[in-house]
Design a protein around this ligand. Structure first.
Ligand code: SF4
Length: 304
């Protein structure tokens, strides 16, 4: 095994893989509505990292998935509040929305994607209240990069110290934290993050009680501010080979107990402006695996 992937973790923990129910919880984002920023992160599309989800009632979305042929492939499930900021509402509203999804005992995980600056003690308590003997709670936090300089340029809207605080707050309540990082972010107009930035981000994650990591490639979605930057020549996407090398670097540097939930992005069909390779997930995964195999074989040779 080249790394500890999610399928392996799920088999070890639950005895099988879990189906994922992607739910639009009706949330917005404080980085879009003016509370902490406007326009959002420069790469974010209109639906906030959940472009394929159809809006509907939470229970209806869950039921529809459970009744679908796709659900038949799995015995148990993850209820995943994916788009926008899944803790951006008053605590009682959050409680109701999460409970609306947990309509079936086969749902073993409640997973909520959010921003670190939208996690406080009260909201962490609400999340933790859904943990029981049969159910785990995961909270996904978008870090993207440990660099505050990059964070400012991409309009992330919070300092990295806030991420560290949120991880501790969630972990201390038994919530499993999954961090998102993005490879290939611009740090300034015409300047892209490189290997040193990837190492710094991974080193920060390694120093924290993080359960999982999602690694994404940066792709340009049409109509975003990144798209404007790209159009005027201020951002050059990574090549597939560059991305594979940096992703392999990140993976091989991560603590071995950290579960890799994904190693590339999932770009929305029809909205991709660049790079073309981002649409071919299989090719990206194969390229990363090849880099990992090569570096493992180089390491083996140098130890002989
Ligand atoms: S925090 Fe998430 S939803 Fe909000 S603008 Fe950034 S990527 Fe989009």
């Amino acid at each position: 095994m080249l790394y500890y992937n999610l399928s392996t973790y799920l088999r070890n923990t639950y005895g099988h893989r879990l189906g994922k129910i992607c739910i639009d919880g009706g949330f917005t984002c404080p980085n879009r509505d003016g509370t902490c920023g406007v326009g959002g992160c420069i790469f974010c599309g209109e639906r906030g990292a959940g472009e394929h989800i159809v809006k509907d009632g939470i229970t209806a979305q869950t039921r529809r998935y459970l009744d679908s042929p796709a659900a038949g492939k799995y015995a148990e499930y993850i209820a995943y509040f994916q788009n926008f900021t899944g803790t951006y509402a008053p605590p009682e509203t959050l409680r109701e929305r999460y409970a609306s999804a947990l309509i079936d005992p086969r749902i073993r995980v409640l997973a909520v994607g959010t921003r670190p600056d939208c996690v406080d003690g009260e909201r962490a308590d609400v999340l933790a209240s859904f943990i029981n003997d049969r159910r785990d709670v995961w909270c996904e936090l978008g870090l993207q990069s440990s660099s505050d300089e990059t964070a400012r340029f991409i309009n992330r809207g919070y300092e990295t110290a806030r991420f560290v605080e949120a991880v501790q707050m969630l972990h201390s309540r038994g919530i499993k934290v999954v961090a998102h990082m993005i490879i290939g972010l611009p740090r300034a107009e015409g300047v892209r993050e490189g290997a040193d930035d990837v190492k710094a981000t991974v080193d920060l994650l390694n120093s924290l009680p993080v359960f999982g990591v999602k690694i994404h490639s940066l792709y340009v979605i049409r109509g975003t501010r990144l798209d404007s930057l790209y159009e005027r020549g201020g951002y050059e996407p990574l090549t597939l080979d560059e991305y594979a090398a940096l992703a392999a670097l990140a993976i091989s540097r991560l603590r071995p107990d950290i579960v890799l939930h994904r190693i590339t992005g999932d770009c929305p069909r029809g909205l991709l402006a660049a790079p073309d390779w981002a649409a071919d997930k299989r090719a990206v995964t194969d390229a990363i695996n090849e880099k990992l195999r090569l570096s493992a074989s180089d390491a083996a040779k140098s130890s002989i």
